[in-house]
Ligand binder design. Structure first.
Ligand SMILES: *[C@@H]1O[C@H](CO)[C@@H](O)[C@H](O)[C@H]1NC(C)=O
Ligand SMILES: *[C@@H]1O[C@H](CO)[C@@H](O)[C@H](O)[C@H]1NC(C)=O
Ligand SMILES: *[C@@H]1O[C@H](CO)[C@@H](O)[C@H](O)[C@H]1NC(C)=O
Length: 249
């Protein structure tokens, strides 16, 4: 049942186009997608979890669920590209991101530190950089909670498919594709369980299975930042990178 459900998430996206053409559909042998060895290769024990990773990414959301400040979810559509650097052991996170919401584009950086529960957000507005210090408003993730579902292929790359249920409250299901040969993260997909339907897909590029400590150094503009701001820049601070709500662990 679980297997079917997760396959469904990927296939809804991959094959919806084709299934509407019943003629073409008859020629596609969908059964071959389920005839895999089903032998989990990656993350079989917590000892094989990465201590961190760094990667470029592109995240595309159509009506995907994102948390609101009152504990609910809202549906957002956007494209975000960037670079993410996570140190699970030291509880440090850095994201450089460009969020395109159609009418607005936001470029910025986020540094988050579990150790002192502090985050720094820098944004570039009208060619000027600003940096703000805030209490950490989300936790730097730890790498766990992935459940192996099945084998899968991305292109011709043999993958382990993992799932994480009940992210964003109980509103979203999520699956992650991991390269069997080296356990690198390849692609993550989410699907809304609530209405309206919505999906996000995140691809990882140039994945390295270790954090790059260099990016956790704050730039000088963040060294003596205002603790809070009442200026019109305030609204920009709400624009945290979406990837932090989209990580499959
Ligand atoms: C929080 O920790 C980071 C990393 O050690 C450090 O750069 C930053 O200055 C600290 N901020 C505060 C307010 O202690
Ligand atoms: C940026 O420039 C625009 C156009 O000049 C102006 O309306 C806006 O208030 C500026 N934003 C900030 C934060 O200075
Ligand atoms: C999600 O659903 C499970 C099982 O129905 C329940 O135990 C859990 O409390 C729910 N979590 C949230 C955040 O609503």
């Amino acid at each position: 049942m679980k297997l079917l459900f997760s396959l469904l998430i990927m296939m809804t996206i991959a094959f919806n186009c084709c299934k509407s053409f019943s003629l073409a559909n008859n020629k596609i042998d969908y059964s071959k997608f389920e005839n895999k060895v089903n032998q989990q290769q990656c993350f079989t024990s917590s000892g094989s979890y990465p201590s961190g990773y760094s990667s470029s990414y592109v995240s595309l959301s159509f009506n995907g669920n994102y948390p609101t400040s009152n504990g609910g979810v809202q549906q957002l559509s956007f494209l975000e590209s960037g670079y993410i650097d996570i140190d699970f052991v030291g509880g440090q996170l850095f994201v450089n991101f460009l969020l395109d919401e159609g009418n607005t584009k936001t470029k910025g950086n986020l540094w988050a530190f579990s150790g002192n529960s502090t985050q720094y957000v820098s944004v570039n507005v009208n060619e000027t950089d600003y940096c703000f210090q805030q209490p950490l408003i989300f936790s730097v993730p730890s790498f766990n909670g992935l459940k192996y579902v099945t084998d899968f292929e991305l292109g011709t790359v043999q993958c382990d498919m993992f799932e994480q249920n009940n992210v964003e409250g109980n509103f979203t299901n999520q699956v992650l594709l991991v390269d069997k040969s080296d356990c690198s993260l390849l692609s993550g997909t989410t699907q809304n369980i609530n209405s309206p339907s919505g999906y996000t897909m995140t691809n990882f590029y140039y994945y390295t299975p270790a954090a790059d400590q260099e990016f956790f150094q704050l730039p000088s503009i963040c060294l003596n930042p205002p603790q809070s701001t009442k200026s019109k820049l305030n609204s920009l601070l709400a624009k945290l990178p979406k990837i932090i709500q989209n990580l499959p662990f």
